[in-house]
Design a protein. Sequence first.
Lengths: 315, 113, 96
Amino acid sequence: MSSELVFCIGLALLILAVAGFTIGVKEDFAAVVGFVVYGLLLSLAWMSLSSPDVALTEAAVGGGVTGALLLGACARLRTREKPAEGHRPGWINRGAALVLCAGISAGLAGVVLLLPDPAPTLAPPAREHLLATGLGNAVTAVLMAYRALDTLLEKVVLLLALVAVWSLAPDRFWGGRPAFGYRPEPGGPLIFLTRVLVPVGVVAGIYLFWVGADAPGGAFAGGAILAAMAILGFISGLSVVPAVNGFRLRFVLVAGVTVFIVAGLAGFAWASGFLAYPVGFAKPIILLIELAMIFSIGATLALLVAGPPGRSLKP
Amino acid sequence: MSVATIFGICAAILVGFGLFGLILQSQPFRKILAFNVLGSGIFLSFGVVARRGAAAGMGGDPIPQALVITGIVVAFSATALAVAILLRLFEETGGTSLQDDAPKGSKSEEADD
Amino acid sequence: MRLALDIFTIVAVSSGAFFFLAGTVGLLRFPDTLTRLHALTKADNLGLGLIMLGLLPHVAWPFVALKLVAVWVLALVASASASQLIARKVRGRRGS
Protein backbone atom coordinates (compact mmCIF):
# COMPACT_ATOMS: atom_id res chain seq x y z
CA MET A 1 0.00 0.00 0.00
CA SER A 2 1.72 3.18 -1.13
CA SER A 3 2.10 6.24 1.05
CA GLU A 4 -0.36 8.13 -1.13
CA LEU A 5 -3.04 5.56 -0.36
CA VAL A 6 -2.27 5.67 3.34
CA PHE A 7 -2.57 9.44 3.29
CA CYS A 8 -5.88 9.27 1.44
CA ILE A 9 -7.30 6.72 3.86
CA GLY A 10 -6.23 8.88 6.79
CA LEU A 11 -7.74 11.97 5.18
CA ALA A 12 -11.02 10.17 4.41
CA LEU A 13 -11.29 8.95 8.02
CA LEU A 14 -10.59 12.45 9.32
CA ILE A 15 -13.23 13.92 7.01
CA LEU A 16 -15.78 11.38 8.22
CA ALA A 17 -14.91 12.07 11.85
CA VAL A 18 -15.30 15.84 11.46
CA ALA A 19 -18.55 15.42 9.49
CA GLY A 20 -19.92 13.14 12.20
CA PHE A 21 -18.92 15.71 14.80
CA THR A 22 -20.63 18.51 12.86
CA ILE A 23 -23.87 16.56 12.62
CA GLY A 24 -23.89 15.11 16.11
CA VAL A 25 -22.58 17.79 18.47
CA LYS A 26 -25.04 19.66 20.67
CA GLU A 27 -23.89 23.28 20.49
CA ASP A 28 -24.49 25.18 17.27
CA PHE A 29 -21.24 27.14 17.40
CA ALA A 30 -19.16 23.96 17.64
CA ALA A 31 -21.10 22.55 14.70
CA VAL A 32 -20.34 25.60 12.54
CA VAL A 33 -16.64 25.48 13.44
CA GLY A 34 -16.63 21.78 12.61
CA PHE A 35 -18.29 22.57 9.30
CA VAL A 36 -15.59 25.10 8.35
CA VAL A 37 -12.87 22.58 9.23
CA TYR A 38 -14.75 19.99 7.20
CA GLY A 39 -14.77 22.32 4.21
CA LEU A 40 -11.02 22.83 4.39
CA LEU A 41 -10.33 19.10 4.73
CA LEU A 42 -12.60 18.54 1.77
CA SER A 43 -10.47 20.85 -0.38
CA LEU A 44 -7.50 18.64 0.52
CA ALA A 45 -9.55 15.68 -0.71
CA TRP A 46 -10.23 17.53 -3.94
CA MET A 47 -6.49 18.01 -4.41
CA SER A 48 -6.00 14.27 -3.90
CA LEU A 49 -8.55 13.74 -6.66
CA SER A 50 -6.44 15.91 -8.99
CA SER A 51 -9.03 18.71 -9.20
CA PRO A 52 -7.21 21.92 -8.20
CA ASP A 53 -9.91 24.25 -9.56
CA VAL A 54 -12.57 22.56 -7.47
CA ALA A 55 -10.27 22.57 -4.45
CA LEU A 56 -9.85 26.35 -4.78
CA THR A 57 -13.58 26.90 -5.15
CA GLU A 58 -14.43 24.60 -2.24
CA ALA A 59 -11.93 26.31 0.06
CA ALA A 60 -13.08 29.79 -0.92
CA VAL A 61 -16.85 29.32 -1.23
CA GLY A 62 -17.61 26.15 0.70
CA GLY A 63 -15.26 26.76 3.58
CA GLY A 64 -14.78 30.50 3.66
CA VAL A 65 -17.88 32.38 2.59
CA THR A 66 -20.36 29.75 3.81
CA GLY A 67 -18.49 29.68 7.12
CA ALA A 68 -18.85 33.45 7.48
CA LEU A 69 -22.55 33.20 6.68
CA LEU A 70 -23.20 30.40 9.17
CA LEU A 71 -21.13 31.99 11.94
CA GLY A 72 -23.09 35.22 11.62
CA ALA A 73 -26.38 33.33 11.69
CA CYS A 74 -25.26 31.28 14.70
CA ALA A 75 -24.41 34.45 16.60
CA ARG A 76 -27.80 35.98 15.80
CA LEU A 77 -29.64 32.82 16.80
CA ARG A 78 -27.76 32.44 20.05
CA THR A 79 -30.35 34.31 22.04
CA ARG A 80 -33.19 32.02 21.13
CA GLU A 81 -34.95 30.03 23.79
CA LYS A 82 -33.76 26.51 24.45
CA PRO A 83 -35.81 23.92 22.62
CA ALA A 84 -38.18 21.86 24.68
CA GLU A 85 -36.85 18.37 25.10
CA GLY A 86 -40.16 16.69 24.65
CA HIS A 87 -40.03 16.54 20.87
CA ARG A 88 -36.98 14.37 20.31
CA PRO A 89 -37.70 11.68 17.73
CA GLY A 90 -38.57 8.31 19.15
CA TRP A 91 -36.53 5.16 18.82
CA ILE A 92 -38.60 3.86 15.93
CA ASN A 93 -38.04 7.04 13.93
CA ARG A 94 -34.33 6.99 14.67
CA GLY A 95 -34.04 3.33 13.73
CA ALA A 96 -35.94 3.87 10.49
CA ALA A 97 -33.79 6.88 9.59
CA LEU A 98 -30.65 4.91 10.38
CA VAL A 99 -31.75 2.03 8.15
CA LEU A 100 -32.70 4.40 5.35
CA CYS A 101 -29.41 6.31 5.46
CA ALA A 102 -27.32 3.16 5.77
CA GLY A 103 -29.16 1.73 2.78
CA ILE A 104 -28.58 4.84 0.69
CA SER A 105 -24.91 4.93 1.68
CA ALA A 106 -24.48 1.27 0.82
CA GLY A 107 -26.21 1.77 -2.50
CA LEU A 108 -24.00 4.73 -3.38
CA ALA A 109 -20.87 2.86 -2.30
CA GLY A 110 -21.94 -0.08 -4.41
CA VAL A 111 -22.38 2.18 -7.41
CA VAL A 112 -18.89 3.60 -6.86
CA LEU A 113 -17.34 0.16 -6.60
CA LEU A 114 -19.20 -1.09 -9.65
CA LEU A 115 -18.38 1.83 -11.95
CA PRO A 116 -17.45 0.63 -15.44
CA ASP A 117 -13.79 -0.02 -16.12
CA PRO A 118 -12.32 1.57 -18.25
CA ALA A 119 -14.25 4.62 -17.17
CA PRO A 120 -16.05 6.59 -19.86
CA THR A 121 -14.61 10.03 -20.13
CA LEU A 122 -14.97 13.22 -22.10
CA ALA A 123 -11.37 14.32 -21.52
CA PRO A 124 -10.06 13.55 -25.05
CA PRO A 125 -12.67 15.63 -26.91
CA ALA A 126 -12.24 18.39 -24.32
CA ARG A 127 -8.51 18.35 -24.92
CA GLU A 128 -8.72 18.36 -28.70
CA HIS A 129 -10.97 21.40 -28.84
CA LEU A 130 -8.88 23.28 -26.28
CA LEU A 131 -6.62 24.63 -28.99
CA ALA A 132 -9.54 26.25 -30.78
CA THR A 133 -10.55 28.20 -27.69
CA GLY A 134 -7.02 29.40 -26.99
CA LEU A 135 -7.27 28.45 -23.33
CA GLY A 136 -4.91 26.19 -21.44
CA ASN A 137 -7.15 25.15 -18.55
CA ALA A 138 -9.70 22.53 -19.57
CA VAL A 139 -12.08 23.30 -16.70
CA THR A 140 -12.23 26.98 -17.63
CA ALA A 141 -12.85 25.94 -21.22
CA VAL A 142 -15.77 23.78 -20.10
CA LEU A 143 -17.19 26.56 -17.92
CA MET A 144 -16.81 29.40 -20.37
CA ALA A 145 -16.80 27.82 -23.82
CA TYR A 146 -18.30 24.36 -24.05
CA ARG A 147 -21.01 24.86 -21.41
CA ALA A 148 -21.12 28.63 -21.22
CA LEU A 149 -24.92 28.54 -21.11
CA ASP A 150 -24.80 26.70 -17.77
CA THR A 151 -22.49 29.32 -16.33
CA LEU A 152 -24.76 32.10 -17.56
CA LEU A 153 -27.77 30.48 -15.95
CA GLU A 154 -25.83 29.95 -12.74
CA LYS A 155 -25.10 33.67 -12.58
CA VAL A 156 -28.81 34.33 -13.02
CA VAL A 157 -29.55 31.88 -10.18
CA LEU A 158 -27.16 33.80 -7.94
CA LEU A 159 -28.94 37.04 -8.75
CA LEU A 160 -32.34 35.46 -8.11
CA ALA A 161 -31.16 34.20 -4.73
CA LEU A 162 -30.00 37.72 -3.88
CA VAL A 163 -33.34 39.22 -4.91
CA ALA A 164 -35.11 36.58 -2.80
CA VAL A 165 -32.96 37.45 0.21
CA TRP A 166 -33.68 41.16 -0.28
CA SER A 167 -37.38 40.50 -0.52
CA LEU A 168 -37.35 39.17 3.03
CA ALA A 169 -36.87 42.68 4.40
CA PRO A 170 -39.74 44.26 6.33
CA ASP A 171 -41.57 46.85 4.25
CA ARG A 172 -40.26 49.83 6.16
CA PHE A 173 -36.64 48.84 5.46
CA TRP A 174 -37.02 48.21 1.77
CA GLY A 175 -34.22 49.83 -0.18
CA GLY A 176 -32.08 50.40 2.90
CA ARG A 177 -28.80 49.01 4.08
CA PRO A 178 -28.42 45.45 5.28
CA ALA A 179 -27.95 45.29 9.02
CA PHE A 180 -24.50 43.75 8.77
CA GLY A 181 -21.38 45.19 10.25
CA TYR A 182 -20.01 46.64 13.41
CA ARG A 183 -18.52 49.87 14.61
CA PRO A 184 -14.81 50.13 13.82
CA GLU A 185 -12.60 49.72 16.85
CA PRO A 186 -9.64 52.09 16.29
CA GLY A 187 -6.32 50.33 16.67
CA GLY A 188 -8.02 46.99 17.02
CA PRO A 189 -6.73 43.78 15.45
CA LEU A 190 -9.55 43.67 12.91
CA ILE A 191 -8.57 47.05 11.51
CA PHE A 192 -4.99 45.84 11.19
CA LEU A 193 -6.07 42.63 9.54
CA THR A 194 -8.29 44.44 7.07
CA ARG A 195 -5.66 46.98 6.15
CA VAL A 196 -3.06 44.28 5.53
CA LEU A 197 -5.25 41.60 4.01
CA VAL A 198 -7.66 43.43 1.71
CA PRO A 199 -5.09 44.76 -0.79
CA VAL A 200 -3.42 41.35 -0.92
CA GLY A 201 -6.78 39.65 -1.26
CA VAL A 202 -7.96 41.87 -4.08
CA VAL A 203 -4.74 41.25 -5.99
CA ALA A 204 -4.99 37.53 -5.31
CA GLY A 205 -8.60 37.39 -6.48
CA ILE A 206 -7.95 39.21 -9.73
CA TYR A 207 -4.79 37.17 -10.27
CA LEU A 208 -6.74 33.94 -9.79
CA PHE A 209 -9.21 35.00 -12.46
CA TRP A 210 -6.47 36.06 -14.87
CA VAL A 211 -4.37 32.96 -14.48
CA GLY A 212 -7.41 30.72 -14.62
CA ALA A 213 -7.25 30.79 -18.39
CA ASP A 214 -4.17 28.60 -18.43
CA ALA A 215 -3.66 27.23 -14.92
CA PRO A 216 -5.96 26.26 -12.05
CA GLY A 217 -8.05 29.21 -10.98
CA GLY A 218 -11.03 30.84 -12.55
CA ALA A 219 -13.66 33.47 -12.03
CA PHE A 220 -15.56 31.74 -9.22
CA ALA A 221 -12.62 31.26 -6.88
CA GLY A 222 -11.40 34.78 -7.61
CA GLY A 223 -14.87 36.23 -7.09
CA ALA A 224 -15.21 34.40 -3.79
CA ILE A 225 -11.93 35.91 -2.57
CA LEU A 226 -13.15 39.37 -3.55
CA ALA A 227 -16.37 38.70 -1.65
CA ALA A 228 -14.38 37.61 1.39
CA MET A 229 -12.43 40.87 1.29
CA ALA A 230 -15.66 42.85 1.11
CA ILE A 231 -17.08 40.90 4.07
CA LEU A 232 -13.89 41.60 6.01
CA GLY A 233 -14.34 45.30 5.30
CA PHE A 234 -17.92 45.18 6.57
CA ILE A 235 -17.06 43.25 9.72
CA SER A 236 -14.20 45.52 10.68
CA GLY A 237 -16.36 48.59 10.19
CA LEU A 238 -13.97 50.15 7.68
CA SER A 239 -16.63 50.08 4.99
CA VAL A 240 -20.38 50.20 5.20
CA VAL A 241 -22.69 47.89 3.32
CA PRO A 242 -24.19 49.95 0.49
CA ALA A 243 -27.92 50.49 0.37
CA VAL A 244 -29.62 47.97 -1.85
CA ASN A 245 -31.32 50.51 -4.08
CA GLY A 246 -28.07 52.23 -4.97
CA PHE A 247 -27.51 52.51 -8.69
CA ARG A 248 -23.82 51.68 -8.62
CA LEU A 249 -24.37 48.57 -6.56
CA ARG A 250 -27.06 47.29 -8.87
CA PHE A 251 -24.92 48.12 -11.88
CA VAL A 252 -22.04 46.03 -10.55
CA LEU A 253 -24.42 43.18 -9.72
CA VAL A 254 -25.94 42.89 -13.16
CA ALA A 255 -22.79 43.75 -15.11
CA GLY A 256 -21.66 40.12 -15.25
CA VAL A 257 -24.91 38.74 -16.57
CA THR A 258 -25.35 41.63 -18.98
CA VAL A 259 -21.91 41.27 -20.54
CA PHE A 260 -22.49 37.54 -20.79
CA ILE A 261 -25.83 37.93 -22.55
CA VAL A 262 -24.49 40.64 -24.87
CA ALA A 263 -21.56 38.42 -25.83
CA GLY A 264 -24.01 35.60 -26.37
CA LEU A 265 -26.27 37.62 -28.63
CA ALA A 266 -23.25 38.94 -30.48
CA GLY A 267 -22.48 35.31 -31.21
CA PHE A 268 -25.24 35.47 -33.80
CA ALA A 269 -23.34 38.23 -35.56
CA TRP A 270 -19.80 36.99 -35.55
CA ALA A 271 -20.22 33.22 -35.28
CA SER A 272 -22.85 30.56 -35.66
CA GLY A 273 -25.22 31.00 -32.75
CA PHE A 274 -25.93 32.09 -29.18
CA LEU A 275 -22.75 32.15 -27.09
CA ALA A 276 -20.62 31.05 -30.05
CA TYR A 277 -17.19 32.61 -30.26
CA PRO A 278 -15.39 33.58 -33.46
CA VAL A 279 -12.32 31.49 -34.20
CA GLY A 280 -9.17 33.09 -32.86
CA PHE A 281 -11.01 35.65 -30.74
CA ALA A 282 -12.41 33.26 -28.16
CA LYS A 283 -9.89 33.95 -25.42
CA PRO A 284 -10.21 37.77 -25.30
CA ILE A 285 -14.00 37.53 -25.25
CA ILE A 286 -13.91 34.89 -22.51
CA LEU A 287 -11.55 37.00 -20.43
CA LEU A 288 -13.75 40.05 -20.88
CA ILE A 289 -16.83 38.13 -19.74
CA GLU A 290 -14.94 36.72 -16.78
CA LEU A 291 -13.70 40.19 -15.82
CA ALA A 292 -17.25 41.47 -15.55
CA MET A 293 -18.29 38.23 -13.84
CA ILE A 294 -15.69 38.35 -11.11
CA PHE A 295 -16.89 41.67 -9.74
CA SER A 296 -20.52 40.65 -10.01
CA ILE A 297 -19.85 37.35 -8.25
CA GLY A 298 -17.88 39.08 -5.52
CA ALA A 299 -20.61 41.62 -4.89
CA THR A 300 -23.39 39.01 -5.04
CA LEU A 301 -21.70 36.62 -2.62
CA ALA A 302 -20.85 39.43 -0.19
CA LEU A 303 -24.41 40.74 -0.27
CA LEU A 304 -25.82 37.24 0.19
CA VAL A 305 -23.85 37.04 3.42
CA ALA A 306 -24.91 40.56 4.45
CA GLY A 307 -28.56 39.63 4.28
CA PRO A 308 -31.76 41.60 3.73
CA PRO A 309 -31.99 45.32 4.44
CA GLY A 310 -32.51 46.01 8.12
CA ARG A 311 -31.71 49.64 8.68
CA SER A 312 -33.60 52.47 7.09
CA LEU A 313 -31.73 54.77 4.74
CA LYS A 314 -32.23 57.83 6.88
CA PRO A 315 -29.92 57.51 9.92
CA MET B 1 -8.25 0.02 -3.87
CA SER B 2 -7.32 3.32 -5.46
CA VAL B 3 -7.64 6.93 -4.44
CA ALA B 4 -10.92 7.23 -6.32
CA THR B 5 -12.41 4.21 -4.57
CA ILE B 6 -11.41 5.46 -1.12
CA PHE B 7 -13.03 8.82 -1.66
CA GLY B 8 -16.01 7.22 -3.35
CA ILE B 9 -16.79 5.23 -0.23
CA CYS B 10 -16.10 8.34 1.86
CA ALA B 11 -18.58 10.28 -0.27
CA ALA B 12 -21.22 7.58 0.16
CA ILE B 13 -20.85 7.66 3.95
CA LEU B 14 -20.97 11.46 3.93
CA VAL B 15 -24.27 11.33 2.04
CA GLY B 16 -25.55 8.95 4.72
CA PHE B 17 -24.41 11.26 7.52
CA GLY B 18 -25.92 14.32 5.88
CA LEU B 19 -29.24 12.63 5.25
CA PHE B 20 -29.33 11.30 8.81
CA GLY B 21 -28.73 14.77 10.22
CA LEU B 22 -31.27 16.31 7.86
CA ILE B 23 -33.99 13.90 8.99
CA LEU B 24 -33.32 13.72 12.69
CA GLN B 25 -32.06 17.15 13.74
CA SER B 26 -34.93 19.18 15.10
CA GLN B 27 -33.38 22.64 14.75
CA PRO B 28 -33.61 24.10 11.21
CA PHE B 29 -30.14 25.60 11.54
CA ARG B 30 -28.66 22.15 12.07
CA LYS B 31 -30.71 20.84 9.17
CA ILE B 32 -29.08 23.46 6.95
CA LEU B 33 -25.64 22.27 8.10
CA ALA B 34 -26.57 18.64 7.46
CA PHE B 35 -27.89 19.59 4.02
CA ASN B 36 -24.54 21.14 3.21
CA VAL B 37 -22.72 17.99 4.31
CA LEU B 38 -25.07 15.95 2.12
CA GLY B 39 -24.46 18.22 -0.86
CA SER B 40 -20.69 18.12 -0.51
CA GLY B 41 -20.80 14.34 -0.30
CA ILE B 42 -22.63 14.24 -3.61
CA PHE B 43 -20.09 16.63 -5.11
CA LEU B 44 -17.29 14.38 -3.88
CA SER B 45 -18.83 11.43 -5.70
CA PHE B 46 -18.83 13.59 -8.85
CA GLY B 47 -15.14 14.17 -8.20
CA VAL B 48 -14.57 10.42 -8.01
CA VAL B 49 -16.16 10.02 -11.44
CA ALA B 50 -13.96 12.85 -12.72
CA ARG B 51 -10.82 11.26 -11.31
CA ARG B 52 -11.63 7.93 -12.91
CA GLY B 53 -12.01 9.70 -16.24
CA ALA B 54 -8.38 10.80 -16.32
CA ALA B 55 -7.21 10.67 -19.91
CA ALA B 56 -5.52 12.70 -22.64
CA GLY B 57 -2.81 13.96 -20.32
CA MET B 58 -5.19 15.51 -17.79
CA GLY B 59 -5.51 14.42 -14.18
CA GLY B 60 -9.28 14.21 -14.36
CA ASP B 61 -12.25 14.58 -16.63
CA PRO B 62 -12.98 18.32 -16.72
CA ILE B 63 -16.75 18.10 -17.28
CA PRO B 64 -17.73 16.79 -13.82
CA GLN B 65 -15.27 19.23 -12.26
CA ALA B 66 -17.01 22.14 -13.94
CA LEU B 67 -20.39 20.75 -12.82
CA VAL B 68 -19.15 20.62 -9.25
CA ILE B 69 -17.82 24.19 -9.34
CA THR B 70 -21.23 25.37 -10.51
CA GLY B 71 -22.89 23.20 -7.87
CA ILE B 72 -20.81 24.57 -5.00
CA VAL B 73 -21.74 28.16 -5.84
CA VAL B 74 -25.43 27.34 -6.29
CA ALA B 75 -25.46 25.36 -3.03
CA PHE B 76 -24.01 28.37 -1.28
CA SER B 77 -26.73 30.64 -2.63
CA ALA B 78 -29.39 28.14 -1.52
CA THR B 79 -27.81 28.06 1.95
CA ALA B 80 -27.74 31.86 2.08
CA LEU B 81 -31.43 32.04 1.20
CA ALA B 82 -32.29 29.36 3.77
CA VAL B 83 -30.36 31.16 6.48
CA ALA B 84 -32.00 34.48 5.59
CA ILE B 85 -35.46 32.89 5.84
CA LEU B 86 -34.51 31.29 9.16
CA LEU B 87 -33.29 34.59 10.59
CA ARG B 88 -36.48 36.29 9.47
CA LEU B 89 -38.54 33.56 11.13
CA PHE B 90 -36.50 34.11 14.26
CA GLU B 91 -37.11 37.86 14.17
CA GLU B 92 -40.83 37.40 13.74
CA THR B 93 -41.49 34.64 16.27
CA GLY B 94 -38.53 34.67 18.65
CA GLY B 95 -37.89 30.99 18.08
CA THR B 96 -36.91 28.70 15.26
CA SER B 97 -39.78 26.30 15.48
CA LEU B 98 -41.00 24.51 12.38
CA GLN B 99 -44.13 23.19 14.04
CA ASP B 100 -47.45 24.14 12.50
CA ASP B 101 -49.06 24.67 15.88
CA ALA B 102 -46.48 27.24 16.98
CA PRO B 103 -48.22 30.25 18.51
CA LYS B 104 -48.53 33.23 16.23
CA GLY B 105 -45.74 35.77 16.58
CA SER B 106 -45.57 36.18 20.32
CA LYS B 107 -42.16 35.98 21.94
CA SER B 108 -43.49 35.21 25.37
CA GLU B 109 -45.13 31.92 24.38
CA GLU B 110 -43.03 28.87 24.91
CA ALA B 111 -41.03 27.91 21.84
CA ASP B 112 -41.34 24.24 21.14
CA ASP B 113 -39.89 22.45 18.20
CA MET C 1 24.49 18.92 -2.93
CA ARG C 2 21.20 17.16 -3.54
CA LEU C 3 21.81 14.96 -0.54
CA ALA C 4 22.48 17.95 1.69
CA LEU C 5 19.30 19.65 0.47
CA ASP C 6 17.28 16.49 1.06
CA ILE C 7 18.64 16.12 4.58
CA PHE C 8 17.84 19.77 5.25
CA THR C 9 14.29 19.26 4.02
CA ILE C 10 13.76 16.17 6.15
CA VAL C 11 15.14 17.84 9.27
CA ALA C 12 13.16 21.04 8.76
CA VAL C 13 9.85 19.35 7.96
CA SER C 14 10.25 16.91 10.85
CA SER C 15 10.88 19.69 13.35
CA GLY C 16 7.94 21.59 11.88
CA ALA C 17 5.78 18.54 12.39
CA PHE C 18 7.10 18.24 15.95
CA PHE C 19 6.01 21.81 16.67
CA PHE C 20 2.58 21.05 15.25
CA LEU C 21 2.39 18.04 17.55
CA ALA C 22 3.47 20.15 20.52
CA GLY C 23 0.87 22.79 19.66
CA THR C 24 -1.87 20.17 19.42
CA VAL C 25 -0.89 18.59 22.73
CA GLY C 26 -0.98 22.05 24.26
CA LEU C 27 -4.40 22.70 22.75
CA LEU C 28 -5.75 19.54 24.31
CA ARG C 29 -4.03 19.72 27.67
CA PHE C 30 -3.80 23.36 28.70
CA PRO C 31 -6.36 24.55 31.22
CA ASP C 32 -7.90 27.66 29.69
CA THR C 33 -8.30 29.64 26.47
CA LEU C 34 -5.37 32.04 26.84
CA THR C 35 -2.81 29.31 27.44
CA ARG C 36 -4.27 27.32 24.55
CA LEU C 37 -3.82 30.33 22.27
CA HIS C 38 -0.22 30.49 23.41
CA ALA C 39 0.28 26.85 22.42
CA LEU C 40 -1.37 27.36 19.05
CA THR C 41 0.96 30.18 18.06
CA LYS C 42 3.86 27.76 18.30
CA ALA C 43 2.20 25.55 15.72
CA ASP C 44 1.37 28.42 13.43
CA ASN C 45 4.54 30.48 13.51
CA LEU C 46 7.31 27.97 14.09
CA GLY C 47 5.72 24.84 12.73
CA LEU C 48 4.49 26.33 9.48
CA GLY C 49 7.67 28.36 9.08
CA LEU C 50 9.91 25.32 9.45
CA ILE C 51 7.85 23.28 7.03
CA MET C 52 7.89 26.12 4.54
CA LEU C 53 11.65 26.47 4.98
CA GLY C 54 12.11 22.76 4.40
CA LEU C 55 10.14 22.89 1.15
CA LEU C 56 11.99 25.88 -0.27
CA PRO C 57 14.95 24.01 -1.83
CA HIS C 58 12.60 21.92 -3.95
CA VAL C 59 10.54 24.54 -5.70
CA ALA C 60 11.22 26.77 -8.66
CA TRP C 61 12.99 29.97 -7.72
CA PRO C 62 11.93 32.77 -7.48
CA PHE C 63 8.21 32.91 -7.95
CA VAL C 64 7.01 29.71 -6.35
CA ALA C 65 9.41 30.16 -3.44
CA LEU C 66 8.12 33.69 -2.87
CA LYS C 67 4.57 32.37 -2.96
CA LEU C 68 5.44 29.86 -0.22
CA VAL C 69 6.87 32.65 1.90
CA ALA C 70 3.77 34.73 1.22
CA VAL C 71 1.59 31.84 2.41
CA TRP C 72 3.50 31.77 5.68
CA VAL C 73 3.29 35.54 6.17
CA LEU C 74 -0.45 35.55 5.47
CA ALA C 75 -0.99 32.69 7.90
CA LEU C 76 0.99 34.65 10.52
CA VAL C 77 -1.09 37.79 10.02
CA ALA C 78 -4.38 35.94 10.15
CA SER C 79 -3.54 33.83 13.19
CA ALA C 80 -2.10 36.80 15.08
CA SER C 81 -5.25 38.85 14.51
CA ALA C 82 -7.52 35.93 15.37
CA SER C 83 -5.59 35.21 18.57
CA GLN C 84 -5.82 38.87 19.58
CA LEU C 85 -9.56 38.91 18.96
CA ILE C 86 -10.16 35.72 20.94
CA ALA C 87 -7.94 36.89 23.80
CA ARG C 88 -9.71 40.25 24.01
CA LYS C 89 -13.07 38.54 24.08
CA VAL C 90 -11.95 36.19 26.82
CA ARG C 91 -10.44 38.98 28.89
CA GLY C 92 -13.52 41.11 28.46
CA ARG C 93 -15.69 38.27 29.66
CA ARG C 94 -13.49 37.47 32.65
CA GLY C 95 -12.43 40.85 33.97
CA SER C 96 -14.52 43.87 34.74
